[in-house]
Ligand binder design. Structure first.
Ligand SMILES: Nc1ncnc2c1ncn2[C@@H]1O[C@H](COP(=O)(O)OP(=O)(O)OP(=O)(O)O)[C@@H](O)[C@H]1O
Ligand SMILES: [Mg+2]
Length: 479
């Protein structure tokens, strides 16, 4: 295994490596993006993505960061992403899952103190352990192979020697952890001199700046520039992901660079919490006993419901008609066991709904299907957004954050129109910006940051006549 205590940041060599690829291995979701340097020079916005990942009838920009190891087969035959989840679900239904190992939340392990080559990760169901580095290396190799296949279809003459790789890392990782990750990237076959690490907040900031420069009309741009580009202005990047909210505050400093002056991460404030709120709502509505039975005895219906909700929540917008419904199967047999158990005392699902005055007009149970009005689902976002608001307001009290006048929303949860609107309504005193495709900010921004050493923010009006006032994004903050 390659090991070195020095973090050398290679520069893109435009003639030797005309194609650049970034791997964004996230805790919940992962993907890759690529471009040829020639294409990027022609159009600084268009960067190609992986083919959309498919799950059931749905396609998404990123796939989940899950690894499945089946009994008797090594890591080279492991399953990844949605494939891993689907195969495991099938095995679970057939009660053949006991010897499988399923790994999720791989990246969170790397936030822990003292992570090294000996560290282990625990499988989700059986509690069995495996070397963390082996699993992470396998994940990097998987996405790298996928990326090379895709890139070669687009640029047939490309090979390992002609690709420059950019890997994104959280800025909160310790330097040793970042070096461990770099060593794994090199172990996966990426040549040392063709690899660069970029921190996630800086990649997102680069993406935001490009978005403002390229996609926003001039009148609005001037307004934004007057808030974000003046000396000592501060912007807060709000990365809303699967399970966490990560905040980073950047200050426009004297040398016209953005400098990160504060960062903070809080778990339990992400997209998964909207799903948790949905399950909580169902438990309150029809009883925890029924939901528990659904989860344990009707696993396929439970999983179908959970996966459908995951996609439904992405479609909900403030404008979605309140009376439209989201419906899913809640098999009527589920009640039989309780009828036997509770005898005359048993309340049917329909009776339970009628007892809830807040919901009885908005939820129906018909022919083994539960129909929930969208109005009810919209409220679930509020619970999560309220938590995020409190968290952000607490952080804004910190000294380095006092002058923050702009929030920039990125990450998967920021794709939601409910979230974009909810944040604007909650922070009316601030400029709240969301770029196009906030979910892709990390991976596309990483390429932009690597190819454009100077990411120019829009110039404030008062700077218009001053030459060389470009504000240069600081390159990777890892020293
Ligand atoms: N339109 C949408 N509405 C709500 N949630 C969404 C939407 N699109 C994606 N998500 C959620 O975004 C989450 C993934 O976000 P993201 O890709 O930013 O996380 P990540 O990069 O894996 O996390 P981290 O950066 O913390 O490692 C998923 O849990 C998914 O449910
Ligand atoms: Mg991420």
């Amino acid at each position: 295994m390659f090991q070195s205590n020095v973090l050398v940041q290679s520069k893109v060599n435009k003639s030797a490596t005309p194609v650049i690829v970034t791997l964004d291995i996230g805790n919940s979701c992962s993907g890759y993006a690529y471009t040829s340097i020639q294409d990027f020079c022609n159009d600084n916005w268009t960067i190609q993505m992986n083919e959309p990942w498919a799950r059931d009838r749905h396609v998404t920009n990123k796939t989940c960061t899950t690894v499945l190891l089946e009994p008797g087969s090594g890591l080279e035959k492991a399953k990844y992403g949605y494939d891993a989840e689907t195969v495991f679900a099938d095995k679970y239904l057939d009660d053949e899952h006991h010897d499988c190992l399923l790994f999720r939340d791989i990246k969170y392990e790397l936030y822990k103190d003292g992570v090294d080559f000996e560290s282990t990760i625990t499988d989700v169901y059986s509690g069995k352990k495996r070397q963390l580095c082996d699993i992470l290396l396998a994940v990097i190799k998987y996405f790298k192979t996928q990326a090379i296949d895709r890139v070669q279809k687009r640029f047939p003459s490309t090979n390992d020697a002609t690709i420059f790789w950019v890997l994104t890392v959280p800025s909160a990782w310790k330097l040793e952890t970042t070096m461990l990750y770099r060593d794994l990237a090199i172990e996966s076959g990426i040549p040392y001199r063709q690899l660069k690490l970029v921190t996630e907040p800086e990649a997102c900031l680069a993406y935001m700046m490009q978005h403002i420069n390229i996609n926003i009309p001039n009148i609005e741009k001037t307004e934004i520039a007057n808030i974000v580009s003046v000396f000592d202005a501060r912007v807060m990047l709000v990365d809303l992901s699967g399970d966490a909210t990560t905040l980073s505050v950047h200050r426009v400093s004297g040398d016209k660079r953005f400098k990160m002056v504060y960062q903070s991460k809080s778990h339990g404030k992400g997209s998964t919490q909207v799903n948790e709120q949905f399950l909580l709502f169902l438990s309150n509505l029809i009883g925890e006993d029924i939901i528990r039975t659904l989860k344990h005895d009707y696993v396929d219906d439970y999983m179908a419901m959970y996966n459908e909700f995951e996609m439904e929540k992405r479609r909900i917008e403030p404008e979605s008609p309140d009376r439209d419904t989201f419906s899913f199967k809640l098999p009527y047999q589920i009640e039989e066991t309780f009828k036997d158990q509770y005898k005359d005392e048993y309340k049917t699902i329909t009776q339970r709904i009628k007892d809830k005055s807040d919901y009885r007009d908005h939820v129906r149970y018909v022919d083994g299907r539960l129909h929930v009005e969208i109005k009810v689902l919209k409220a679930l976002f509020d619970v999560v957004l309220n938590k995020i608001e409190v968290y952000i307001r607490n952080v804004l009290q910190m000294v380095p954050c006092a002058r923050v006048a702009c929030l920039m929303l990125v990450g998967g949860l920021a794709e939601s129109k409910m979230v974009q609107d909810g944040m604007k309504n909650r922070f009316k005193e601030m400029l709240v910006l969301t770029p196009k495709h906030p979910e892709l900010a990390v991976m596309k921004g990483a390429i932009m940051l690597s190819l454009l050493p100077e990411i120019e923010p829009p110039k404030p009006t008062c700077y218009h006549r001053v030459k060389d006032e470009n504000i240069i994004s600081s390159i990777c903050s890892i020293q």
